[in-house]
Write a protein that binds this ligand. Structure first.
Ligand code: GDP
Ligand code: IMO
Ligand code: MG
Length: 449
């Protein structure tokens, strides 16, 4: 398999980080292609937890290069902190393993302040963003006034861009009733950004070129999605979404290669559903079982620490995710958590207020808020072993659940995860099993136009 795109098939936090870490052993480059540090991807290796927000989840494998593609919005503070954290742990001694596209848009301090100010001003209509400045940065990108990485590393150019950017941000902040940036604060921002620019400059390189070179040398490319299908700005539960396209097609656009690179797609889903932030969630549980899932699954955001809303697996939403992503195979995570319930349910369809049953995912949030889930009940599974070598190692009740999902969804389940640690999973497709052979690739460095 030359390339594989790993994407979230729900509202994020499906366990993409864990899976990318496992699959990265088989990949020569891991590429982030959208979102920013609104993502929180958790890896657990030998009992040590690493949470990554920006650096791709292949970084713990010393033979794997990690690239941040042009579709990602980068907060330079966070990038530098994450690099320092990895270096302090001895996980990033060779800096040539990390490449950042010069075309990435930069999250500036005012984007974060605007994100928070807007949420504050929206009251009960807020989106529940991560307040990391993601939305305002993508807005500036679309409005063609954003600052890209190649500008961020040029002090004089950056100074001018900051002065104009602050002026525009100030008028918006004042309209929102927030404090504008003034004299000393602006000069300090400029100095701080110059320093960050110096630190980041050596990381810049042509990500699209790197991918093509690796592919031509017989290497494998793993694309790491952030967020999930239902947070996609076009196909998700708009307006309660993030500001980027999270679907697999974005892997190509967000890293500078053609769509053929995004044809093999691994959709990741939990065995139940969670969501952080506001917005419709038809199979949400407002009962003690929802609390139980949150406790058993440790469902608290990896980025903001907010409690995640919990509910049953939603097949209507999953079918939608499979279509918009072109999912060719599924990974089911947290089966261990679901197996701890004495009984569980799955949402097979929705019912509209007039009693009509639908199995299509509505695009209008007002409709989605009114639907009731049509649920199928199951008796709980038997205990799962944490070490699995073959499908038959799963108890019959868990095997039947996986067979039911494949039949309902029409795609094969190729990975079953039963714990947060690397190794607590079963890989059913031999093509995904780690088999790393090195390929020689010269990292295409430089921020030249
Ligand atoms: P991501 O954003 O998709 O990478 O997912 P997060 O890291 O935000 O959230 C997933 C959480 O579930 C993390 O705490 C993982 O360590 C944990 N996790 C992943 N897979 C499993 C699993 O199969 N079982 C259990 N119990 N936890 C898991
Ligand atoms: P990973 O990659 C879960 C949600 C926020 C909010 C909405 C918009 O870890 O799966 P934003 O800050 O992006 O403008 O917020 O999107 N959100 C996520 N939820 N996992 C994520 O990333 C998320 N990234 C953003 O909670 O509802
Ligand atoms: Mg997460």
């Amino acid at each position: 398999m030359k390339s594989l795109v790993c994407v979230g098939a729900q509202w994020g936090d499906e366990g993409k980080g864990k899976l990318v870490d496992i699959l990265a052993e088989n990949a020569h480059v891991v590429v982030r292609f959208q979102g920013g540090n609104n993502a929180g991807h958790t890896l657990v290796v030998d009992g040590v937890q690493t949470i990554l927000h920006l650096v791709p989840s292949g970084i713990l494998h010393e033979n794997t290069t990690c690239a941040i593609g042009n579709g990602v919005v980068v907060d330079p503070e966070v990038l530098v902190q994450e690099v320092e954290m990895l270096q302090a742990r001895g996980k990033l001694d060779d800096m040539s393993r990390l490449v950042v596209s010069p075309m990435c848009h930069v999250i500036m301090p005012w984007h974060k302040r605007l994100d928070a100010a807007r949420e504050q001003a929206s009251g009960s209509h807020k989106i529940g963003t991560t307040r990391r400045g993601i939305g305002p940065t993508y807005e500036d990108k679309a409005a063609r006034r954003g600052i890209r990485m190649y500008e961020f590393i040029q002090p004089q150019r950056l100074t001018e861009r900051i002065r104009t950017g602050v002026m525009m941000a100030n008028s918006m902040l004042e309209a929102l009733g927030d404090e504008p940036y003034l004299g000393v604060e602006i000069e300090e921002m400029i100095q701080r950004c110059h320093k960050l620019g110096e630190e980041i400059a050596p990381l810049l390189g042509d990500v699209g070129e790197l991918i093509v070179q690796i592919g031509e040398s017989g290497g494998r490319v793993l694309f790491e999605g952030a967020q999930g299908a239902l947070l996609d700005v076009d196909h998700g539960t708009y307006p309660y979404v993030t500001s980027s396209n999270c679907a697999a097609a974005q892997a190509a656009l967000g890293s500078g290669v053609g769509p053929a690179w995004a044809s093999e797609v691994l959709g990741v889903t939990k065995a139940y559903t969670t969501r952080v932030g506001e917005g419709p969630f038809p199979s949400e549980l407002h009962t003690a079982v929802g609390e139980q899932l949150r406790e058993l699954g440790g469902e608290f955001g990896a980025t903001t620490g907010r409690p995640r809303r919990c509910g049953w697996l939603d097949l209507v939403a999953l079918r939608h995710a499979i279509r918009i992503n072109g999912v060719t195979q599924l990974a089911v995570t947290k089966l261990d958590v679901l197996s701890k319930l004495s009984e569980y349910q799955v949402c097979e369809a929705y019912e509209l207020p007039d009693g009509t049953r639908i199995d299509r995912f509505p695009y209008d949030p007002l409709v989605l808020e009114q639907v009731k889930p049509v649920l199928k009940a199951f008796v709980g599974m038997d205990d799962l072993p944490s070490t699995l070598n073959k499908f038959e190692d799963l108890p019959g009740s868990a095997q039947s659940f996986v067979a039911y999902l494949q039949e309902q969804l029409g795609v094969p389940v190729t990975i079953i995860s039963v714990g947060p640690q690397r190794g607590e999973e079963l890989i059913l497709d031999a093509a995904l099993v780690p088999n790393h052979q090195s390929v020689a690739v010269a990292t295409a460095r430089g921020a030249q136009a």
